[in-house]
Write a protein that binds this ligand. Structure first.
Ligand SMILES: [Zn+2]
Length: 111
């Protein structure tokens, strides 16, 4: 620690200076923590998005004649109403005659 003056006036000036410095450091820490939290939220969102793109989707289309279409996960032709399937479930779904296979993503490839 540096030598401090002994008089009250200069000690008060140093105290004020240090308070200002401390506040600046605290603000910088707060910003850094917010940036880290934002980066973690974005990374988690990306992990979830990537997890969605693994496997297959079984899309269910409600209509007079309901239709089920098997897609590779992430197929842009799939609607929003689907169930995620693993490989064995996708194989089983492919073998069902009421399930159509998307030709756009060639969902049957690799099954
Ligand atoms: Zn598809």
């Amino acid at each position: 620690m540096f030598d401090l003056p002994s008089d009250l006036e200069r000690l008060r000036v140093i105290e004020l200076y240090l308070r200002i410095q401390l506040k600046a450091v605290e603000e910088r820490i707060s910003k850094a923590e917010q940036a880290r939290e934002q980066a973690e939220r974005e990374a988690e969102k990306e992990r979830k998005r990537q997890a969605e793109l693994v496997g297959w989707w079984l899309e269910h289309i409600r209509a007079a004649v309901p239709t089920n279409i098997l897609h590779k996960a992430g197929c842009p032709m799939a609607g929003k109403r689907y169930h995620r399937l693993n490989e064995s479930e996708a194989k089983e779904a492919r073998s069902m005659h009421e399930v159509k296979v998307c030709q756009f993503c060639q969902a049957a490839k690799g099954l």
